[in-house]
Design a protein around this ligand. Structure first.
Ligand code: GRF
Length: 217
């Protein structure tokens, strides 16, 4: 199978991007990063991508104002120029039109730092702390028109402790994000994910029977 050509879309620091780039460089990984695209001209992740020798493109949303369709047409051109067939959103802070999402249906992943469907949208760690959950985590899912929804590919969980703050919880969840995003992209690139009735069925996945019980007493 030829390696899939992936675009990573970022708006910020790009730590998930770095994890994806590193993973795709391992021997036998079924995808390569063809381009990193940012909608923010000075996103710190752009410099990190260049340092890693990855092609970058900026599609600034500002000149397009509220015209998302025209912004997306420019984005689509940047993707076409690099022969991209899969997209990973990694801290990309723009919403897409349903038309763009449908065009990339089943080929565009996002990562969100909560155990979806809990705590979608802004401030997921604050939401988790306010709810008092004992477990939180991260979710890789297919992108659908609704924000932070879509069939779930992979999740990883961490314990929440009584003295966690947004920052401490975010740091622990981020380490999980960096582990699961490359694994989820591998599954997609290897064509091992089938979506059945809105749920992902993963070929060759084994049952996990460890249990994480929190708090430990
Ligand atoms: C991550 O927490 C990701 O889950 C969320 O935005 C953040 C991006 O961080 N969607 P980074 O730019 O990958 O470091």
């Amino acid at each position: 199978m030829t390696r899939k050509r992936v675009a990573i879309l970022i708006s910020g620091r790009g730590s998930n991007m770095v994890a994806l780039i590193a993973a795709t460089r391992a021997a036998g990984y079924p995808a390569e990063i063809a381009v990193v695209v940012s909608n923010v001209v000075d996103a710190p992740g752009l410099a990190r991508a260049r340092e890693a020798g990855i092609a970058t493109a900026v599609v600034d949303h500002v000149p397009y104002g509220r015209d998302r369709a025209v912004f997306e047409a420019a984005l689509q051109r940047a993707l076409d120029e690099r022969g991209v067939t899969l997209i990973c959103l990694a801290g990309f802070m723009r919403l897409f039109t349903a038309t763009f999402v449908e065009r990339w249906q089943g080929r565009m992943l996002n990562i969100h730092p909560s155990l979806l469907p809990s705590f979608p949208g802004l401030d997921p760690h604050g939401q988790a702390l306010r709810a008092g959950v004992k477990l939180s985590g991260a979710t890789v899912h297919f992108v659908v028109p609704e924000t932070d929804a879509g069939p779930i590919v992979m999740q990883g969980a961490v314990a929440v402790s009584d003295d966690d703050t947004r920052d401490t919880l975010a740091a622990r969840v981020l380490a999980v994000e960096h582990r699961i995003y490359p694994l989820a992209l591998r599954l997609l690139a290897e064509e091992r994910i089938r979506v059945v009735d809105g749920r992902c069925v993963i070929e060759g996945a084994s049952v996990v029977d460890d249990v994480l019980v929190v708090p430990k007493i």
